[in-house]
Structure formats: structure tokens, C-alpha cells
Design a protein around this ligand. Structure first.
Ligand code: PLP
Length: 397
């Protein structure tokens, strides 16, 4: 590892201070910065001072965004990237070398799964799978002979089933065996879950989702302790996946309303989920899964690790994938679109999108029924959303 920098080249939590000067941050698009003399040029070039040097090494709008994420996560710092996948792939690449073993949850975002399946093995990394819902599988994998597991990668709530895995137990087991945990927190950012408090080492986000919140930014970030972030920042410098000033600035703007948006989207999701639960009771749909519902299968974990149910839910229609397709086509308010976390409510069919490469049998084994519809709830009036869903469900009955 490179020697510890005197000051990190990524954002760290700021001293709290009253506003001074422009209330809206200035957008700094400079790719480089002029230095007063040759010695300063040399010093910033060698990363010995945090002065602006060259945009790939970080820039003011990015630092500010990283600071906000570090504050929110309660970590030493955060490193920002051009997308969630840039953050996740850089984190894995920076921490894994040929000969290492990594344990990746079967229930993880498809892009992370693809990077683990197609790219990591080309670099000599052995990728093993476990179900994050079955702690025995994790225990068994960690206890096998040979070189130890270097990293454990997982997420909760799980896409698209909205099941929860036991974050505290997984991190404790990993730590016992000297493995670093990488947790994808995109589906439920703080304050909905504070996973650093549950023992997670590295916390990744697709900032494209709730952090951006307006479906107009692609960005990613990973938060954690300095010792684990430094190699990631160095890898970012080497490979160049840094977040650009314009999206960083938009994220600063989005952070001003993040708590309000999360609160309102979560309330809306709870209301829609409760309405759908009535349809389940009436036999009109097969099931609804939302972490905040009292009959959620992982209720105890919900109480132990979440402060609210978040803004994601899924429901299963009767009639399989054809009925799900018809329901989606019947929506008038809710948009048919991939992604989540924005102010507009979006619906997808996992069998057609995120899990399209699996066979129906593999989807069934992963707990994903063919007729499952995933909804990312936004800021519209929840009554309108429920009416839209009800009308589409009833029209196709
Ligand atoms: N993690 C999760 C849970 C996601 O849903 C996504 C994107 O959908 C990503 C990571 C990847 O993020 P990005 O699209 O910003 O690269």
C-alpha cells in the first residue's frame, strides 16, 4: 500500500459551521488549477497538500459531496465515482488480488453479480456465492480450508424480494474470520439504516438513486474508514472513474432535500403497501412485500436494523408474468422504468429486467415469482398511486 497521505484526497466530515459567503456552492469545472510557484506545483502533484491540482485527483464539488456522505454514514470519509458500478468495481478491484477469495451474496445487484462473474476471475480472484438469508452457508464458506475469504459482499433490503438479511450477524462472522465487508446500501440509505453502527466496513451507494433523487444524475460513492478508503482513492486516481463536477454539484443540491424526500417517499410507500395488503386480503393480488408491513417475513430484523420501511415494495399478481405485463401496461400515473429513489414512482417486472437472464426455475429458487412487480415509490400523492395500481389490477382481472 502507498504511504498514508498527510491529508486524504477525498471528503471527510466537516466541522459544523454557520453559512458564510454564497449559500449555493460554486460549480468548479476546472480540470486543472494554476499554482503560485514550482514548489507548490510539485507538492500538490505529489499529493502532499490538498490544494486543487487536477480534476481526476478530486475537486471541490466532489469533496463537498463526499463529506456529506461521510457525515451521513458516520464514517471517516467517502470516495465518489462516476456511477454506482464504478464505486463497487473499484472497491473490489482495490482490495482483491490474484489468489484472494471473495464471497458474494446470491442476492445482490445484477451489475455487481456480473462484475464478480465475468471480471474478477480474469484477475485471478476466486468468487464464491452464499445466500445472505442463510447464515449457515456463510459460516461454512468462511470455515473452509485454504486462503481465507478476503471480502464478503451483500445488500439489504434485497432486490427485488425486499427480504432482509441479518447485517449485524454477517459482519460479525466476517470480522471473526478477518474478512472485510462491502455492503450495498442503495435501497435504504441513512437514516433508514445506519450500517456502520451494525459493523459494516465499506458502504457503497448508487448515488444515482436516493442521493440524486431526481433521475438526472449517474453517480456512486463508497464510505468507510481511512485505512480501507485510501487504496480505493488510489485506484480511482489510476483508473479515472472519478465523479465530474456537474453531477457532483447536482448531488449537493439534492442533499438539501434528502431527508425530506426520504421521509415523504417512505410514508407514501407505507401507505401504498397498506393499500395493497388490503387487496391481498380480498384475494385480488397474491402478495405484497414491504419491510415496514407487520407481516413481513423478516420482521425481527426490520426492528433491529431499520428505522422505517423505505420506499421500495413489491407485489405479486395472480396470473404470472403475462398479467404483470398487462398491469404494467395499464398504469397511467406510475412510469414503467428501471431505477429507483427518484421523485417519480417507477414500476418494473424483475422477470423482464433485473432478473431476465435467470430461468423461471432459477427465479423461483431465488424467491422471485414470475408475476412480481417492483415499485419504487416517489413523491406523488399516495392515494393517486394506489388508485393507479388498483385500476390497472382490476382492469386486467
Ligand atoms: N446497486 C444497486 C442496488 C442498484 O440498484 C444499482 C443500479 O440500479 C447499482 C448498484 C449500480 O448503480 P449505477 O447504475 O449508478 O452504476
Amino acid at each position: 500500500m502507498m504511504p498514508r497521505m498527510s491529508e486524504p484526497l477525498y471528503g471527510t466530515p466537516r466541522e459544523s459551521r454557520p453559512p458564510l459567503g454564497p449559500l449555493s456552492p460554486l460549480l468548479d469545472r476546472s480540470s486543472t488549477a494554476a499554482q503560485p510557484d514550482a514548489d507548490t506545483l510539485r507538492a500538490v502533484g505529489e499529493a502532499r497538500t490538498a490544494g486543487a491540482f487536477y480534476q481526476r485527483m478530486g475537486h471541490p464539488n466532489l469533496r463537498e459531496f463526499e463529506s456529506l456522505v461521510a457525515e451521513r454514514e458516520g464514517t471517516d470519509g467517502a470516495v465518489g465515482f462516476a456511477s454506482g458500478m464504478a464505486a463497487i468495481s473499484a472497491t473490489l478491484s482495490a482490495h482483491l488480488s490474484a489468489g484472494d477469495r471473495v464471497l458474494v451474496a446470491e442476492e445482490i445487484y445484477g451489475g455487481t453479480q456480473a462484475f464478480s462473474t465475468h471480471d474478477l476471475p480474469r484477475f485471478g480472484v476466486t468468487v464464491e456465492r452464499f445466500s445472505s438469508l442463510k447464515l449457515d452457508q456463510l459460516r461454512a464458506a468462511l470455515a473452509t480450508d485454504g486462503p481465507g475469504i478476503k471480502m464478503v459482499v451483500f445488500e439489504s433490503p434485497i432486490n427485488p424480494t425486499l427480504r432482509l438479511c441479518d447485517i449485524r450477524a454477517i459482519t460479525a462472522l466476517a470480522r471473526e474470520h478477518g474478512a472485510t465487508t462491502l455492503f450495498d446500501c442503495t435501497f435504504a440509505p441513512p437514516p433508514i439504516q445506519r450500517v456502520a453502527d451494525l459493523g459494516v466496513d465499506l458502504i457503497a451507494h448508487s448515488a444515482t438513486k436516493f442521493f440524486g433523487g431526481h433521475s438526472d444524475v449517474l453517480a456512486g460513492v463508497v464510505a468507510g474508514p481511512h485505512a480501507l478508503l485510501e487504496p480505493i482513492e488510489i485506484f480511482r486516481r489510476h483508473t479515472g472513474g472519478v465523479l465530474a463536477p456537474d453531477p457532483a454539484w447536482l448531488l449537493l443540491r439534492s442533499f438539501l432535500t434528502l431527508d425530506l424526500r426520504l421521509t415523504a417517499q417512505q410514508q407514501n410507500a407505507a401507505a401504498v403497501a397498506a393499500g395493497l395488503a388490503e387487496l391481498v386480503a380480498a384475494g385480488e393480488i397474491a402478495s405484497v412485500t414491504y419491510p415496514g408491513l407487520p407481516d413481513h417475513p423478516d420482521r425481527e430484523l426490520f426492528e433491529a436494523q431499520m428505522t422505517g420501511g423505505g420506499a421500495m415494495l413489491a407485489f405479486e399478481v395472480h396470473g404470472g408474468v403475462e398479467r404483470a405485463r398487462a398491469v404494467l401496461d395499464g398504469l397511467q400515473v406510475i412510469a414503467r422504468a428501471a431505477s429507483l429513489g427518484g421523485v417519480e414512482t417507477l414500476a418494473t417486472i424483475p422477470a423482464f429486467t433485473t432478473h431476465v437472464t435467470l430461468t423461471p426455475e432459477q427465479r423461483a429458487a431465488a424467491g422471485i415469482p414470475e408475476g412480481l412487480v417492483r415499485v419504487a415509490v416517489g413523491l406523488e400523492e399516495p392515494g393517486r398511486l394506489l388508485e393507479d395500481l388498483l385500476a390497472a389490477i382490476r382492469r386486467t382481472a
